[in-house]
Ligand binder design. Structure first.
Ligand code: MV4
Length: 502
């Protein structure tokens, strides 16, 4: 096993990896930017090395500084987490050239899956269902012919795009030429390539993704799927496992297809195969994420498999010691706790966390990257923590999540906790009748009521009680018990506020 591992990331995912390393008896090295000197991952790692100024381009993406940190500390492998350098083929090559082990797939898999056209060709050749349309990149003339064959609406997708960037729906043939010109132009300036795919537009799809693990000895296993349809602007908000939209028979088939997709590029380590699930029940390969995903905990909670420990063991050359068929047990849900203000267009909200109370109890897991007193930096993703619950049933997992979100208090930065509670109260969510556009369709109905579990009635009741108390105090010329002109049961201070989450 590795003598020491460097974690080339920050925040909650670094903390997650450092914990796995400690459990495995492997010393950890954190890296940090000037803005992260006091970050939790730095406090928890065995060693920490500064890799530069706050801007990620100069620190968390600074390959030379990161490799130098590994050399200086004697780390033998690098775990990239997600984001930053995790899907950068050039970085994995540089890691190997430095005589270190990258904990993730090889550069060839990253490159193949990083190009939508190549990925689609490779997986289609292996028998994986792909959206009808072009396989490789097309000329304008080919796009017109294919669109005519499959029928409108079609979707133009930049081959080098990802995460929803470089896409445009076209509803009729007359609009195609102009749409191609616009989308190619945008793709060229964003990704340096104007290569374009044309596909049948799938309306109201769900996003369901398959977790796989593949070892160096030719074994690939399906470790269950995740439903990730609750998103806004291609940013996932709530994920769960298993997907409420797959039955046991479809799940097994889905798993076989995902394994084929991974094998088509000789994949090694943990990876995620994304599918679009059409309301008619058909599903299509979308892309493969060649990294550990943010939402990996819901898979861990329903399978009992520690994906990070598996990643490290695979990178050390160990054969997988998992059964061929992994049957999920119970249900798990994840809510992403973001430092953002839903009432201000979800603008990031940073600052010092002046008070923090994190939930706990049966079936509750809190993968957090912060602590009370921590100054949330403005430079990075505003994800503070992931709250994950597990239950025997979906209903139990949801009930635990609702209860845990009531306990969760973050003062200082504004968070999306009230918004998460609102989503969990919606009938469409409870009935699992959501698609990838659902949240953006309904989010305008969300109104944050600051106190009292988000219910206006509660606020009115509290206001009336305070008023009655003040009137009584004024009449008797007595100061109120707490000296703030409030009802005696309304105390001022940390975590004592009446009512639900703020
Ligand atoms: C699609 C689609 C409908 N039809 N492809 C968006 C991100 C990129 N990975 C693929 N995406 C989509 N591709 C066809 N042929 C709808 C989406 C899509 C989407 C997919 C997954 C999760 C969220 C989404 C939100 C909007 C659109």
């Amino acid at each position: 096993m590795f003598e020491k591992v460097l974690v080339a990331n920050r925040g909650e995912i670094s903390v997650r990896v450092i914990r796995a390393l400690r459990e495995m008896g492997i010393p950890s090295v954190a890296i940090y930017s000037d803005a992260d000197r006091k970050s939790l991952h730095v406090l928890l790692a065995d060693e920490a090395v500064n890799v530069g100024p706050p801007a990620a381009a100069e620190s968390y993406l600074n390959v030379a500084r990161i490799l130098d940190a590994a050399k200086r500390t004697g780390a033998k492998a690098i775990h990239p987490g997600y984001g930053f350098l995790s899907e950068n083929a050039a970085f994995t090559k540089a890691v190997a050239d430095a005589g270190l082990q990258f904990i993730g797939p090889g550069p060839a898999s990253i490159t193949a899956m990083g190009d939508k056209a190549e990925a689609k060709e490779r997986v289609a050749a292996a028998g994986v269902p792909v959206v009808p349309g072009s396989l490789g990149a097309v000329t304008d003339a080919e796009a017109a012919r294919i669109a005519g064959e499959i029928g409108y609406p079609v979707l133009l997708k930049a081959a080098a795009g990802g995460g929803g960037k470089g896409m445009r729906a076209v509803h009729k043939a007359a609009d195609l030429a102009a749409a191609l010109r616009l989308t190619r132009g945008e793709a060229d300036s964003s990704f340096g390539s104007d290569a374009m795919l044309v596909e049948k537009f799938v309306p109201s799809p769900r996003h369901v993704e398959a977790q796989i693990l593949a070892d160096r000895h030719g074994r690939t296993v399906f470790v269950g799927e995740r439903e990730c349809s609750v998103q806004r602007r291609h940013q996932k908000v709530i994920e769960e496992a298993p997907s409420p939209s797959l039955g046991d028979a479809r799940r097994a088939e889905f798993g076989e297809v995902a394994v084929k997709a991974a094998e088509s590029v000789g994949y090694e380590n943990a990876g995620t195969v994304e599918f679009l699930l059409s309301p008619d029940g058909s599903y299509y390969f979308l892309e493969m994420n060649t990294r550990l995903q943010v939402e990996h905990p819901v898979t861990e909670e329903t399978t009992g498999i520690d994906l990070v420990k598996e990643q490290i063991a695979i990178a050390a050359g160990r054969p997988l010691s998992l059964p061929a068929r992994i049957v999920p047990r119970g249900h798990s849900i994840e809510c992403r706790i973001y430092a953002e203000d839903p009432s201000k267009g979800f603008m990031p909200s940073v600052g010092r966390i002046s008070y923090l109370r994190q939930p706990a109890g049966p079936g509750i897991r809190n993968d957090s990257g912060v602590y009370e007193g921590f100054q949330v930096p403005i430079y990075y993703d505003p994800l503070l923590a992931k709250l994950i619950t597990r239950g025997a049933t979906r209903a139990e997992a949801i009930a635990r999540m609702k209860a845990a979100l009531v306990e969760y208090r973050v003062e200082g930065p504004t968070t999306n906790i009230p918004f998460l509670r609102w989503i969990l109260s919606r009938d469409e969510f409870l009935e699992a009748k959501v698609d990838t556009r659902w949240l953006e369709r309904v989010q305008g109905e969300f109104r944050h009521v600051g106190i009292g579990a988000g219910k206006r009635e509660d606020v009115a009741v509290i206001a009336a009680a305070i008023h009655a108390h003040r009137s009584a105090a004024a009449a008797s010329q007595q100061p109120t018990e707490n000296g703030h002109g409030m009802a005696p049961w309304v105390r001022v201070g940390r975590g004592r506020r009446f009512g639900g989450a703020r």
